[in-house]
Design a protein around this ligand. Sequence first.
Ligand SMILES: O=P(O)(O)OC[C@H]1O[C@H](OP(=O)(O)OP(=O)(O)O)[C@H](O)[C@@H]1O
Ligand SMILES: Nc1nc2[nH]cnc2c(=O)[nH]1
Ligand SMILES: [Mg+2]
Length: 159
Amino acid sequence: MAQRYFTVTWDQLHRDSKALAWRLLDLGPWKGVVAITRGGLIPAAIIARELECRIIETVSVVTYDEETKGEPRVVKPPAAAGDGKGWLIIDDLVDTGTTAKVVRAMLPHAHFATIYAKPAGKPLVDTFVTEVSQDTWILFPWDTEVQFIPPIAKGQVAK
Ligand SMILES: O=P(O)(O)OC[C@H]1O[C@H](OP(=O)(O)OP(=O)(O)O)[C@H](O)[C@@H]1O
Ligand SMILES: Nc1nc2[nH]cnc2c(=O)[nH]1
Ligand SMILES: [Mg+2]
C-alpha cells in the first residue's frame, strides 16, 4: 500500500501533458504515437494534438489490479509501428518499470515518454516531466471524483 497519494486534476494533467509535448517537439518528427492503454490514452491524445500527429496505435499491458501488482500480460500488441523506429510511446507513468520493459521489448527503437516517473522506472524512460517518490501512489482524474471533505477543525482531537 502506498504511503502517500499525489492527486492529479484534469487541469494539471493537461498542463503536464503539454509540458511533455514541448520536450518531444524537437525530438521528432514522429511517424506516430503508441499509447499504452488505458492510462496512456488521454496523455497520448493531448500530445498527438500538440505535435499534430494523426496516427495513433495502441498496446495493452495488464499489470495491476488497483494497487496490487501481478505478472504483466500483453492483451493487445501494437498492430503497426514495426520495431518502433520514429515512433513515440506514451504512458501516464512508470512505477517499477515492468510495463515499460514489456513494451520496449516489442518496440526496441521507439522513444518512450511518460508524464510521471518513479525512481525505479526512471531509467526505462527517455523523456518525462515530473518525478514522484517510489512510495507515492498517483491518483489520476479518472480514478477520483469531487466530494465533500469535513472542516479541518472537525477532524481534530479535543485538547
Ligand atoms: O511501471 P509499472 O510498475 O509497470 O507501472 C506503470 C503502469 O501501471 C499503470 O497501468 P495499469 O497496469 O494499472 O493499467 P491501466 O493503465 O489500464 O490502468 C500505469 O498506467 C502504467 O502503465
Ligand atoms: N493510478 C496509478 N496507477 C499505477 N500503476 C503503478 N503505479 C501507479 C500509480 O502510482 N498510480
Ligand atoms: Mg497503464
